[in-house]
Design a protein around this ligand. Structure first.
Ligand code: NI
Length: 258
């Protein structure tokens, strides 16, 4: 009985690369026990599409928000659209939001403003947030500290060391592991996976990107979540079932999944 075994806490099934086989991808995921998936928006149209998809599939949930890449497009009107979308019962988080100081596709100032505005919205709506953090650890910590005790959530596709992970946990965040933990040279991430308490861990694919090692270069999809769980189980010296049970319970708790 593998029903309700894994939760893919970060997918982008709205993406066009799933247009040809979205239903089949969901069926493959269910076969592998990945029965619940959080589809994460990165802009207005994508967030709307995620809500539509979730209306058709019981196991699909949604995060709505503006990715830091498009931060300069966030204004009062788009915030209002996200607020309206968040009224849908399948919307369980605001995301993905944050800072990307690696690609800098929006100016840093605009990224910071959009990040804070969406944290404020999450606080008002009493929803957790899904954080995108690329090369921006100290600014992320500084901003999340302003919302400590008011907004919690998930550090999506965690990158960083044990010390950074501990700070995130202290701020009320869970640490989510993607296919990157299966990469042989990701030693720092292996250390975090070994060290961090199972109670603070989540699993995600970030599909269609970041396929696990054995699928590297291919399109990623939710059915690959067990490969990530397998690697974490090896690193922690636990069974895959233990990792699956704990991470699913964590996802249920933070996102209020049923
Ligand atoms: Ni993502």
């Amino acid at each position: 009985m593998v029903e309700r075994m894994f939760v893919d806490t970060h997918a982008h099934l709205q993406w066009s690369s799933f247009d040809g086989d979205r239903e089949q991808a969901l069926a493959r995921a269910a076969q592998k026990g990945v029965t619940r998936i959080i589809n994460v928006g990165i802009d207005v149209n994508g967030s709307r599409k995620c809500v539509e998809l979730a209306g058709k599939h019981r196991g699909l949930y949604v995060a709505v928000g503006m990715h830091p890449h498009d931060a300069s497009k966030l204004d009062a009107k788009t915030l209002e659209v996200f607020r309206k979308l968040a009224e849908d019962p399948k919307v369980v988080a605001i995301g993905e939001i944050g800072l990307d100081f690696y690609r800098n596709l929006s100016p840093r100032k605009a990224q910071k403003q959009a990040f804070q505005a969406q944290l404020q919205m999450a606080q008002e709506l009493d929803l957790p947030v899904v954080i995108h953090d690329r090369d921006a650890h100290s600014d992320i910590l500084q901003t999340l500290t302003m919302f400590k005790g008011k907004v919690g959530g998930v550090m999506h596709c965690f990158s960083g060391n044990n010390e950074y992970a501990a700070k995130c946990v202290d701020l009320g965040f869970l640490v989510s592991f993607a296919g990157t933990v299966t990469y042989p040279n990701a030693r720092e991430l292996h250390e975090v996976a070994r060290w961090i308490d199972l109670k603070s861990m989540l699993l995600e694919t970030d599909c269609p990107w970041l396929a696990p090692q054995t699928m590297r270069g291919k399109r990623n999809e939710p059915s690959f979540v067990p490969m990530i769980a397998q690697r974490i189980a090896e690193l922690k010296g636990l069974s895959v079932e233990e990792v699956a049970t704990a991470t699913s319970a964590n996802a249920e708790r933070i996102f209020g999944l049923c």
